[in-house]
Design a protein. Structure first.
Length: 445
């Protein structure tokens, strides 16, 4: 179960920074439902990159993943070679719900020392390497693959092929024909699914299967989010949270802090930052007009950042919307024992760690409101696969709704392309010689 606590948006609590949701929903009902209808109507067009809506319905893809997992019971270490959307979703879910005994490793950067440390520590005979790239041309991912392939081949000879699994486009790019030529097992990234929306397809589900995540429950939660995203505005949860972001951005609150009160959810903000920032930071709208739109997502973790960032959140500029995630129930709990000689701490004696965590989340939210800092909470009944799937698919829908409300394409990322091209030029990739000369003339080489 997922519900929203929007009480700290009320102007009676946060003053002029807040707004009344019921009134806003009445004012914006037609606009929100037009956005909903546009998204659902366009989802069948692959060029719109709305395939993530229907992926949770693809039960055959999940069955294929689970069959592959069952056929490879020998795996002790699973290495994900991917960057951005090819890694962050699985990293977030595995940290929250992974049960082992397989150890999951993410190579999502090209700093040599951590890669060497991993190559030296792992046993190639018990390691499965998953290279994830839709195009097969992602420089960081493919550089890592070249290193891991050499490592496996040196140790296993022709047997290296049983230790590599590919996740890529079903037809395009360079990895699909390479996998076919080498006889490698390959899973598909649906063509209409972008990387930051891909956690529910084999990009995410394959590594998650190896760490024991209940994929069927996870995808059922995603389908629940889809159900709420079809509702009228008064019951449409992602439309409502998108409206919160929209209204507060108009008031100048252009920083969005995402702060779960859970160590297990410590990587969820990383995934959300990419989802939000890469989708919504756009120079032009769909009409080609310059708009320079977007708000900046920031990572925080409760209770840790109560002792760090919350000082800024309470006493700094009123430019932030803070989104908390808190749990109603613990999976397991631990009693805080009484200790003689420390009676000054008797308010803790006999209470539980989860009680303390819950109190701190509620106290921080109220303290922020007292400083006229708007905030709201996603309240999860418990942290399980169903509820986490619901939350993550909700956040994808929230992002899509915001794209519609702001008139931008939330599913492309033109702002990252030039940096990629400059990298190719600096590394000497064929066809990029003119760009290399341009960089040299500008003092970059």
């Amino acid at each position: 179960m997922l519900r929203l606590d929007l009480s700290n948006l009320d102007p009676r609590r946060v003053g002029a920074q807040g707004f009344g949701l019921d009134e806003a929903l009445r004012e914006e009902k037609k606009r929100l439902e037009a956005a909903r209808d546009a998204l659902w109507q366009r989802r069948g067009d692959a060029a719109e990159f709305l395939g993530w809506i229907d992926v949770p319905e693809d039960t055959e893809a999940v069955r294929n993943v689970l069959r592959y997992r069952q056929a490879n019971a020998w795996v002790e270490d699973f290495v994900v070679l991917g960057i951005g959307g090819s890694a962050l979703g699985a990293q977030a879910v595995s940290a929250a719900l992974g049960k082992g005994p397989v150890r999951l490793h993410f190579v999502d950067n090209v700093e040599p020392e951590p890669i060497l440390e991993l190559l030296r520590a792992l046993d190639p005979r018990k390691t499965l390497v998953n290279v994830i790239s839709k195009s097969g041309s992602t420089a960081e991912t493919m550089a890592a693959f070249l290193a891991f392939r050499r490592w496996l081949e040196d140790a296993l000879g022709a047997g290296w092929k049983e230790h590599v699994v590919v996740t890529t486009d079903p037809a395009k790019g360079i990895l699909r024909p390479y996998a076919q030529a080498e006889g490698l097992t390959a899973f598909e990234v649906p063509p209409a699914v972008g990387g930051r929306f891909s956690v529910t397809c084999p990009v995410g589900t394959l590594p998650l299967a190896f760490v024991g995540v209940d994929l069927e429950a996870f995808l059922a939660g995603c389908r629940k989010a889809n159900e709420t995203a079809q509702a009228d505005a008064e019951a449409n949860l992602p439309a409502q949270t998108a409206l919160v972001h929209d209204r507060l951005s108009r008031k100048g609150l252009n920083v969005n802090v995402f702060m779960p009160y859970s160590t297990r959810l410590r990587y969820l903000p990383d995934w959300f930052v990419q989802l939000h920032d890469e989708s919504l930071g756009k120079a032009v709208n769909r009409a080609g007009e310059e708009v320079r739109t977007g708000t900046t997502a920031v990572r925080a973790i409760g209770t840790t950042d109560q002792h760090a960032q919350v000082q800024l959140f309470r006493e700094g500029p009123h430019d932030k919307l803070i989104t908390l995630v808190r749990l109603e129930e613990a999976t397991e709990d631990l009693e805080i024992p009484a200790v003689a000689g420390l009676e000054a701490l008797d308010y803790l004696f006999g209470r539980s760690f989860f009680e303390l965590l819950s109190a701190e989340a509620k106290a921080t939210a109220h303290a922020l409101a007292k400083a006229q800092q708007p905030n709201f909470a996603f309240v999860l009944e418990r942290l399980d696969a169903y509820t986490l799937g619901w939350l993550m698919q909700h956040l994808m829908w929230q992002t899509a709704f915001l794209g519609e409300l702001w008139g931008i394409n939330a599913f492309d990322q033109p702002g990252v392309e030039l940096g990629k091209e400059y990298t190719y030029a600096l590394m000497g990739r064929k066809g990029y010689e003119p760009l290399a000369e341009e960089l040299k003339a500008e003092g970059v080489e």
